[in-house]
Design a protein around this ligand. Sequence first.
Ligand SMILES: [Zn+2]
Length: 401
Amino acid sequence: MLTAQDQQGKSVILYRYPKEQIASFKKKSFYCPVCREKVYIRAGDRMIPHFAHYKKSACKGQMTGEGDVHRQGKMDLFDWLTNQRIPAALEFYLPAIQQRPDILIKWNHRLFSIEYQCSPISREMFLKRTRSYRRLDIIPLWISGSKHILSNYSNKVRLSNYEQYLFYQWNHHSPAVLYFYSPHNKRLTILQQPYALRSVHYGTCRIHPLSHLSFPQLFHITYQSDSWIFSVWKKVKSQFRLHRSNFYVNEDARYRRWLYSMGYHPQHLPSVIHLPTPNHFQLELPPYIWQSRIILSYLHPLSSGMTFTAENVYQVLGRKMLSRKFLPFVRNPFNPIDEYLHLLQLTGHVETIRDGVYRKRKDFQFFHTLDQALAEDEKLLRFLAKMVNRSSRYSNHEQNE
Ligand SMILES: [Zn+2]
């Protein structure tokens, strides 16, 4: 930990003192604000000076597994906030909930706990901490370590399980975002408008030198055109057709069995299966599974000219396919299924009669050869990129605002 209390109960932020003074501190006594035990100073040429508990300590507030990267990140963020004259406390202990957020700040009449998270945490731990902060009306703001950004694609990030919970949507009109900070290059990255395929998330990454960014800018994020996703998706789709997945999880195996039982192979499927939609990242299952179900089980057997409702489609999917990821900070009223139906309107397969009621307009094209399928996929994705550019986002976001 970077802070402890001196004998007078005053909080001492060790790294803010010059070396010589830290050396003289070694003669003084410091105490952990959580357990009140005496702690000692660890300082050296290659280490960020910090306080540590003695070996036998049973303190619950011990920051186990906290390495220098985490310490440096906390320090950078704390300095960044205090430089903006935002009231901030480092590692402030909240006895009521027995939590010690990395940084507690007050901004815009609200309390925020800033958690710089470099190592994975369990869903239970995440939930427990989130709940306890909320109990005190504190907004937990999680910033992740940046090791998962795949450097050769600035818009492709592999997220570990817990990071997928950390998406924020600050209001109904702003996109979902995820924050990363790297103390190595002092850059804060905001990933916005995510498109997920398992743990890989595609999105617009905006990389800011921390010194050029203000705290309020974390919240003022505007939608970017995301027609680019359709060119990225060309590769995603051909991998799907070619059956190349490194991961072969249960749902995929079940999905393949289901396809084969009906005499289908991914190579033959219509191009409209496995399309990206703005909010599909909120669903547990990848798009090809639920979109295959919509097309193959419902819309393909339906005769052209027949009407159907969005409700019919939800029923075909069932609760399991509609189940959402655990995203406590996303408050999005938009529905990936409706977004998909909107895409099918753009492709001319369905039309809207009135709100929630559709008519099937034409049949779906199945393919005999892989080449034919890939060529049609490319054509479709290029068409959608153009259409989406024209209609801002692909769903009716504007109308809802
Ligand atoms: Zn302690």
